[in-house]
Design a protein around this ligand. Structure first.
Ligand code: MLT
Length: 418
């Protein structure tokens, strides 16, 4: 095999006795390592004990617990604890942690000037990443990665403050006044109020909406070595604190191939609706690769089966729309698209199934979030995973600064012409 050749077959390794043979895919599965950088597609192997994915079977587990059970019976903070500390918390542990997080929700008043200095057209993801990096300037003296107390405090601060920054990014984008957090409310209810409450009016929490948002956040909490998580690990491996590392992760999540995909799905559905084109015709154009048109929210680098998160998101989409009495033609379009694609040989052969991004946008839209907030919601969901990976990397006794392997494919030595 020529390394870098994407068309080559995976090689079979023979033992020295010539008798035992093992293929690279089996070896990779057994050891958990990428043993060869096949086709120059991955950059390096990472050892981790946080999330398990079997993309062929469509299985996702956090610390060994199936995502379906966690999403139905746990809270966002309970799952965050599980990811970060490795065990489900006791009721007392969770209570104390929740209480501590609530006490840290306030942002420094000076940050208001930071927000107002940004243009009103700023994308909420850019606001989120820059304000998260800015948090570091307030807590530099208490965010030393080598000090365990600082690590705990910074974890709590990020969990407490990121949702507030996210809600402020939303309020700024629609020109409304920021609300102060109400710490009598749960994590999710506080977040909903900060986004949708207005000054001097009581905000009514809808329990169905609150439950659906909690579930969506849980489903996004971790997904092993995705682009943003590896970014957090890589940046953290340099000794950067959690504020800087998480801010880098937010930037990685921003792109349409990663967190930005939920926004791209909704844009795609709206374009189909507005064009008046039939879904069948749209699918044909995808198959024929006409005009570079793509079926967003379908297919995943890891899953060759239904993304288990997508099933749960679909259930929540139906529940939220029914509760709010919203009939969204985009949800009908999404379902029709899914049905046509799943019954089409083209998608079956390529094992392309809806992924987590396919239905999330429809729910967020029904809840009242503008499209540009969708990726921000992904970031709030993903925060515990980033923090868990940052710690796992930080506390690895064999920790080294990250350095993806390079395969040099440029010019050989050349004679300098001058
Ligand atoms: C995620 O949840 O991070 C996305 O599905 C992308 C990925 O896992 O690569």
């Amino acid at each position: 095999v020529t390394v870098g050749d994407r068309t080559a077959e995976l090689p079979v390794l023979h033992g020295t006795d010539g008798a035992s043979a093992i293929d690279i895919a089996t070896l990779t599965k057994q050891t958990g390592h990428t043993t060869i950088d096949y086709g120059f597609v991955n950059t390096a192997a990472t050892k981790s004990a946080i999330t398990y994915i079997d993309g062929d079977e469509g299985i996702l587990r956090y610390r060994g617990y199936p995502i379906e059970q966690l999403a139905k019976a746990s809270s966002y903070l309970e799952v965050a604890w599980l990811l970060i500390y490795g065990e489900l918390p006791t009721a007392d542990e969770l209570d104390a942690w929740d209480h501590r997080i609530r006490r840290h929700t306030l942002l420094h008043e000076d940050l208001k000037r930071f927000f107002s200095a940004l243009p009103p057209t700023a994308h909420p993801m850019s606001v989120l990443s820059s304000a998260t990096a800015a948090l570091s300037t307030y807590y530099e003296h208490e965010s030393d990665p080598d000090n365990p107390d600082h690590v705990e405090l910074t974890t709590v601060r990020l969990l407490a403050k990121l949702p507030v920054i996210a809600a402020y990014a939303h309020k700024k984008s629609i020109g409304q006044a920021f609300l102060y957090p109400d710490n009598s409310l749960s994590f999710v209810d506080n977040f909903l109020r900060l986004n949708f409450g207005v000054m001097s009016e009581q905000y009514e929490i809808n329990p169905v909406v609150s439950q659906a948002l909690e579930r969506l956040l849980i489903l996004h909490e971790d997904h092993e070595q995705n682009a943003s998580t590896s970014t957090v690990r890589l940046v953290g491996s340099t000794g950067a604190n959690q504020f800087s590392s998480v801010s880098a992760g937010i930037n990685a999540l921003y792109g349409p191939l990663h967190g930005g995909a939920n926004e791209a799905v909704l844009d795609m559905l709206a374009r189909i609706r507005d064009s008046g084109e039939s879904v069948q015709r749209f699918v044909e154009r995808v198959k024929n690769k006409e005009d570079g048109v793509k079926l967003m929210g379908f297919g995943h680098r890891v899953y060759k089966n239904y993304d288990p998160r997508a099933k749960l998101v679909k259930e929540s989409a139906d529940a939220v729309l029914a509760e709010l009495g919203v009939h969204d033609p985009l949800l009908d379009l999404a379902k029709e698209l899914e049905e046509i694609a799943l019954n089409d040989e083209y998608f079956q052969q390529r094992r392309l199934y809806p992924n987590v991004d396919f239905y999330t946008g429809v729910i967020y839209k029904a809840m009242g979030f503008p499209t540009r907030m969708f990726t921000v919601l992904f970031a709030i969901g993903r925060l515990p995973g980033w923090l868990a990976h940052w710690r796992e990397m930080q506390y690895d006794p064999q920790k080294k600064i990250g350095r993806p392997q390079q395969l040099y494919v440029g010019s050989p030595e050349r004679d300098y012409p001058r």
